[in-house]
Design a protein around this ligand. Structure first.
Ligand SMILES: Cc1cc2nc3c(=O)[nH]c(=O)nc-3n(C[C@H](O)[C@H](O)[C@H](O)COP(=O)(O)OP(=O)(O)OC[C@H]3O[C@@H](n4cnc5c(N)ncnc54)[C@H](O)[C@@H]3O)c2cc1C
Length: 467
């Protein structure tokens, strides 16, 4: 951490908003005008819309993340977690990856900590569930699913096999529908290489408490998405929820009970709970309350945007809805970050703040190779696209939205290679415990000691019987 006399702009979080806001500020800033410090527990930004494709092996996981130090060479990037903010002293407390927490003074503050999985106290969920918010989960899910095929192929125990081949996904929004679509596609592909595992042996189950999936693309395309998944053998249960999943025994409210080794939780997000310790004004659901200029209410040196902020949707409000808020998605996060960056510069120079206003441009979702849905909004017209064309639109849009040319090129190269070389279906589950095999080889063997003890025992036994 540098100690400079320049004012410090502290950006808490290096995700979508943090990365783009820091880049914007650095681009607009005069030389030496301020120090931009980005704090994040991860050293990289994750492009979350690609997590389902990374889980399916269509994209290399490393290409879905953007190293912060590389793309922000003029910023100070600190790896750690901001734990508290003292507004009176303008000081943040940072807990680094290792060692003692320290204080970091700031002059201007950007809150961009995003969201975490929204969970409920469902018995068994914490022990059995896996989320889909980070690249680690995406890699873990892929290895785990392929490992289940290996397990099923290797056992003669029908119960073990059935549990391994049952995959339950809870939550049918973008994250859930895309992930089940991609993972089912991968498992179907992988099954071709097994002798005793067929797609028909697997059970894919999607559960949602709402009466539709993919609400982001509207009811018609959502219904198409459901029918499409069902045509691939996915069981979709709507208007129901998971009551428990203790030891992998899944019980749904509609009465269905199955045993499953894979429970993926994608039932929405909630603002980062760490915000509660920052002493900032929060909305009813825990978001930082911001004005339409992205300034935190009641302050002139703190801004917030993205999934952790409640930002008024000015397009909706002008259309007559006084309670319209921007939904938590990448489309808004990216655009808010740019306005936020400009407003930080204006705030520092004493200029007026710009309003954030963005009309929804639509949404695209991929449901596996060559399958997708897309809704494009052009003024008052909504164009609905499905199938292969929508899938190309999904790939084209996200491929181009991926930050940095370096990552864009790598992603397009992954897709091109996959066209010719087929999908990689190897499970590297042992990656999660890479030292295990070496430990087994290197640990001191207890065998000679045991042999000696046995030998001694038999000798003493002989003696005992002889005496
Ligand atoms: C699987 C999935 C698919 C999605 N698909 C789409 C899509 O197709 N289209 C779309 O528009 N949106 C999509 N989204 C939503 C989109 O990715 C998010 O809206 C967007 O990432 C929000 O950006 P953000 O900067 O607010 O949060 P994030 O990008 O999550 O960044 C938050 C950052 O804050 C850091 N952080 C957390 N706590 C602390 C702390 N205490 N101190 C410092 N840093 C901290 C985190 O490590 C993280 O890097 C998807 C999301 C998921 C999970």
């Amino acid at each position: 951490m540098s100690t400079t006399e320049r004012p410090r702009i502290l950006v808490v979080g290096g995700g979508y908003v943090g990365l783009y806001a820091a880049r914007r500020i650095l681009k607009k800033m005069r030389y030496g005008e301020a120090t931009v410090t980005v704090v994040d527990p991860r050293s990289y930004m994750t492009y979350q819309p690609f997590l389902p494709e990374a889980a399916a092996g269509s994209i290399s996981p490393r290409h879905v993340v953007v190293p912060l130090r590389r793309v922000l060479p003029k910023a100070e990037v600190l790896t750690g977690r901001v734990t508290t903010i003292d507004q009176d002293r303008k000081v943040a407390t940072v807990a680094p990856l290792v060692g003692e927490a320290y204080e970091l003074p700031f002059d201007y503050l950007v809150i961009a900590m995003g969201a975490v999985s929204r969970t409920f106290p469902i018995p068994g969920l914490a022990e059995q569930g896996i989320g889909m918010k980070g690249i680690e989960e995406s890699i873990g899910l892929r290895n785990h699913v392929l490992e289940q095929l290996d397990k099923a192929d290797s056992t003669t125990d029908e119960d073990v096999r059935r549990k391994a081949l049952t995959f339950v996904f809870v939550g049918g929004g973008f994250a859930g529908a895309e992930t089940i679509g991609e993972v089912e596609d991968m498992a179907r592909d992988a099954a071709k290489y097994y002798t005793s595992v067929k797609r028909e042996d697997m059970r894919f189950i999607l559960v949602d408490a709402a009466d539709k999936i993919l609400p982001e693309v509207g009811p018609k395309l959502g219904a198409y998405g459901k029918e499409h998944l069902e045509s691939r053998g996915v069981e979709v249960y709507l208007s129901t929820s998971m009551d428990s999943c203790v030891d992998g025994h899944v019980v749904l409210k509609n009465g269905l009970e199955v045993d499953s080794s894979t429970i993926v939780w994608t039932a929405g997000v909630k603002p980062n709970p760490a915000l509660a310790r920052f002493g900032l004004p929060l909305g009813p659901r825990g978001h930082v309350d911001t004005s339409e200029k992205l300034q935190v209410q009641g302050t002139d040196y703190i801004w917030a945007a993205g999934d952790n902020a409640q930002v008024p949707d000015m397009v909706g409000r002008r259309a007559g809805n006084p309670n319209a808020w921007c939904p938590p998605n990448a489309q808004h996060a990216l655009r808010q970050a740019k306005v936020l960056g400009d407003n930080v510069i204006s705030g520092m120079r004493g200029f007026p703040q710009k309003e954030y206003s963005h009309a929804n441009k639509g949404a695209v979702a991929g449901l596996g190779l060559h399958k997708g849905v897309a809704m494009i909004v052009m003024g008052k017209v909504k164009i609905k696209v499905k199938g292969r064309l929508a899938w190309y639109m999904h790939r084209g849009y996200h491929g181009m939205a991926m930050p940095t040319w370096n990552r864009k090129i790598r992603i397009f190269a992954d897709w091109t290679l996959a066209m010719f070389l087929k999908r990689e279906v190897v499970s590297l589950g042992a990656m999660e415990t890479p030292r295990e095999e070496f430990y087994e080889a290197a640990k001191p063997s207890p065998a000679p000691v045991a042999a000696m003890a046995d030998g001694d025992k038999s000798k003493s036994g002989e003696k005992a019987s002889a005496s």
